[in-house]
Design a binder for this molecule. Structure first.
Ligand code: XCC
Length: 633
């Protein structure tokens, strides 16, 4: 039921668009996650949040208390074993999501190479780079022929059964590759690592937390350097590598006079097809006939990031705004595929003209309308979905669009763009970035990635980023964190003048870039791996990622994918700080993840509950690396 004190209960919701919307009578009829958190009225289970609740077999569930002999599992599992198994299963869950996403993209890539989709091979230079990596002949060959061979080779990486490392690992710094080999964590087949992780955490298999974590690293590396990287690169080849673009984000991007279709989820095959079909004459004629000026496509969550980065399509909302987008009453259809789509959406639109259109056989929802998206008939599928949305336009009832809530952003900072912006048209290298780090204008690089969380103010990303850039740390952002920073104006070039320290401001003003760079969706964290590798290869900042003054954080993580990302960064040598991790109930395992794992990979996890402490810890980690490099003048 509606809560009269909605706004008081949401006082710490920073996005002014969200506050504005929740103040409207129209939105007061809607229950959101903010209400559900309040209504639950109970705090989180201590065993669950400490990582020591085991329900991997039916003898339990066993709640374990570390150090209390009578409180081990019925099988004898200790707190460290249970927490390590739970952590590892979280990594496997996250990796599986990126893997299944990536597989769909590779399948779409193959279909495109065969001429079976409305898409085409756009980035031929990247196609050739990837072909070279896979040892594919490119001379005198048609781009589609090369792409087909590349696609088939990429697909084989998922089901690879021999024990040689994944092909993409060769892109890492040599020292990094050597460390992985020595530690025995080189991923072999992408699917295999997830399956082995699930097996080893089954009752009665791997009971030694170091060994469990070793497989968690291998599984996570299969995500970062395997699935996610393949997805990013093949998607770029097919839809174009992002270049800088101006765009707008937040709820105000919805249009009064157009059919509003929001696209939410992760796999951009669907969204790209909708972008093409939204300009189809037949669809436009239908929209006109319904009294609309056309189709207004807008993104939500990471699908939003994908089409924002490549096409400059506006983003209507991030993860915590998905219900608000619908609460406006102005959306004719929300088209969803996989991941981060809340089941509550169908309830939010009850009594409204809006349809939630599920499009993927893997992800259906009670009360959703299912229109299966067929990548082999992508254009027709997209037209069918849009025609359905147009049919709802005339039924639009009371609605409210917070029109002034839309913010300018400059996006499109792929690894290639960063190379170009900082390296110049002719040099195209990371050397100028390295030089600016060495001379101290830029203190280091901080990545802010991952989700948003209803329990915490969405101002946290802003506070951390503000502190970082004030201290001359260049911020690279992905996922919903990037959208939150865009909403707070940090993705405009002017933000450098307004917020950055002298050195960073000078660099940003010289090249005309914002101090916070939007690098893409969550699978695009693989771009960060490539950027870090490029910095190592340019020289002057050590021999591997662990030596770079670079650090990452997912302060408001909620999805398993964020933990998989964190673990692949740690195993790649980059220090990672989260606001919390479900490991605190296991002393030795916590100590291992938060400290000792550094001896293996040169990096470890950190946990800081206060946002400003996260920023301070990130800066301290950067300074530590600068000190070790002898450049902390
Ligand atoms: Fe989901 Fe990717 Fe997290 Fe946003 S950041 S809440 S995972 S949409 Ni990817």
């Amino acid at each position: 039921m509606a809560k009269p004190n909605r706004c008081e209960s949401c006082n710490d919701i920073t996005a002014s668009s969200t506050r504005d919307l929740l103040n409207q009578d129209l939105a007061k009829q809607v229950r959101t996650a903010y209400d559900r958190i309040e209504d639950r009225g109970m705090s989180a289970c201590l065993f669950g949040s400490g990582g020591t609740c085991c329900r991997n077999c039916n003898m339990g569930p066993c709640q374990i208390i570390d150090g209390v002999e009578s409180m081990v599992g019925i099988c004898g599992a200790t707190a460290d074993t249970v927490a390590a198994r739970n952590f590892a299963r979280t990594v496997a869950g996250g990796t599986s999501a990126h893997t299944d996403h990536a597989r769909e993209m590779v399948r779409g890539f193959i279909a495109t190479a065969k001429g079976e989709t409305p898409h085409e091979i756009k980035d031929v230079e990247k196609l050739h780079d990837m072909a070279q990596l896979f040892g594919i002949e490119t001379a005198d060959r048609d781009k589609n022929e090369i792409a087909l061979e590349l696609g088939e080779r990429a697909l084989a990486e998922f089901g690879k059964q021999d024990s040689s490392p994944l092909t993409m690992l060769k892109r890492a710094p040599l020292k990094q590759q050597k460390i992985w080999k020595e530690q025995g964590v080189e991923p072999r087949g992408i699917d295999r690592e997830v399956v082995e992780m699930m097996h080893r955490t089954h009752m009665g298999v791997d009971q030694e937390y170091h060994n469990i974590t070793k497989q968690a690293s291998r599984c996570a590396l299969a995500d970062g350097w395997g699935a996610s990287m393949l997805s990013t690169e093949l998607t770029d080849i097919m839809f174009g590598t992002p270049v800088p673009k101006r765009a707008i984000i937040d709820l105000g991007v919805l249009r009064e006079d157009m059919v509003n279709v929001t696209v939410h989820g992760h796999e951009p095959l669907l969204a790209e097809s909708l972008c093409l079909a939204a300009e189809d004459e037949e669809i436009l004629a239908l929209a006109k006939k319904a009294g609309a000026e056309g189709i207004n496509l807008a993104g939500v969550c990471c699908t939003g990031n994908e089409i924002l980065m490549r096409r400059g399509i506006p983003v209507a909302g991030s993860f915590i705004q998905q219900e608000m987008v619908l609460a406006t009453g102005a959306v004719e259809a929300m088209v969803v595929d996989v991941q981060c789509v809340m089941q509550s959406l169908a309830q939010v639109v009850k009594g409204k003209h809006t349809d939630i259109i599920t499009t993927n056989y893997r992800a259906k929802m009670p009360d959703g309308v299912h229109i299966q998206f067929d990548e082999h008939d992508a254009y027709a599928s997209a037209k069918q979905i849009l025609a359905h949305a147009v049919g709802n336009f005339k039924k639009r009832g009371e609605y409210y669009i917070p029109k002034d809530k839309k913010f300018d952003v400059v996006v499109g900072f792929s690894h290639e763009t960063i190379n170009y912006m900082l390296g110049g048209r002719f040099r195209q290298s990371y050397r100028p970035l390295n030089d600016n780090i060495i001379n101290g204008r830029i203190r280091g690089v901080g990545a802010l990635v991952g989700c948003e969380h209803y329990k915490y103010s969405d101002d946290i990303h802003f506070e951390i980023a503000k502190e970082l850039i004030k201290n001359n740390v260049l911020v690279l952002a992905t996922g919903c964190a990037a959208q939150a920073l865009g909403r707070r104006g940090l993705m405009r070039p002017e933000a450098a003048t307004e917020y950055a320290g002298d050195g960073l401001r000078e660099v940003c003003e010289t090249v005309g870039m914002p101090p916070v760079l939007h690098v893409g969706s969550c699978v695009d964290n693989s771009r960060l791996l490539i950027a870090l590798t490029a910095m190592v290869k340019e020289g002057g900042l050590g021999d591997d990622i662990a030596e770079l003054p670079a650090v990452g954080s997912a302060p408001l993580w909620m999805s398993e994918k964020a933990v998989a990302i964190g673990q692949y960064f740690v195993a790649s040598g980059a220090h990672v700080i989260f606001q919390d991790l479900p490991i605190s109930g296991a002393k030795k395992f916590s100590e291992y993840l938060l400290k000792d794992i550094k001896e293996e990979f040169g990096a470890c996890w950190g946990v800081q509950s206060n946002p400003l402490d996260i920023a301070k810890a990130m800066i301290a980690a950067i300074d530590g690396k600068r000190e070790a490099l002898g450049i902390n003048k």
